[in-house]
Design a protein around this ligand. Structure first.
Ligand code: ZN
Length: 186
């Protein structure tokens, strides 16, 4: 009897990505006051894509969960390919900054590259910016002065401008979240 590879079953594949990302981010924390476990962020990004964007495409949701593993942990592209296949590995690489470059250059390149991303990568960027913008409040991140928060909003808006045209619900949600976060700082 042929043995079925249960890791290919969609729910198992999604949970596999979650387990992998949780292990990789296990010692990292967000910049908020209570130092939320980092894994909450990729969980939120994938949940927003699903709930707001109506995304059911498995590689997109897996890559959303894994989107910060290459950039922020010791995960190699090959490791992602071994666990989740080439499609997911390529998607995560698409949304990964080149950490050998200075921060300002990386931010500039995100704006420049956004229009050329694949549709799936644009969706992940949208979800990422929605979650990051919604986390900025008058009190958090505590070490960010007001000016840095305002500059972050302007930059996120530029990256999202290059990702428009693939999911109206996510784009409208970004606009609403950005408006709310901006107004909270006034
Ligand atoms: Zn992220």
């Amino acid at each position: 009897m042929p043995s079925l590879d249960k890791t290919k079953e969609p729910v198992a594949a999604l949970l596999g990505a979650l387990k992998f990302a949780a292990a990789k981010h296990s010692r990292q924390r967000r910049k908020d006051l209570v130092a939320t476990p980092y894994i909450n962020h990729p969980i939120e990004v994938s949940e927003v894509l699903s709930r707001i964007g109506g995304i059911t495409d498995l590689p997109t949701l897996q890559a959303a969960i894994l989107h910060d593993t290459i950039e922020d942990t010791d995960t190699s592209p090959q490791e992602l390919e071994d666990h989740f296949g080439q499609e997911v590995r390529l998607l995560v690489e698409e949304v990964t900054d080149d950490k050998s470059l200075p921060k300002q250059e990386r931010k500039r390149l995100q704006v420049e590259h956004a229009p050329n991303l694949s549709t799936r990568a644009k969706l992940i960027k949208l979800g990422d910016k929605i979650c990051n913008v919604s986390e900025i409040t008058p009190t958090e991140p505590a070490e960010w002065p007001l000016q840095r928060k305002l500059e972050y909003f302007d930059w996120a808006e530029k990256v999202v401008a290059g990702c428009r045209g693939c999911n109206p619900e996510l784009e409208e949600h970004f606009d609403a979240v950005l408006k709310k976060s901006r107004e909270s700082l006034l």
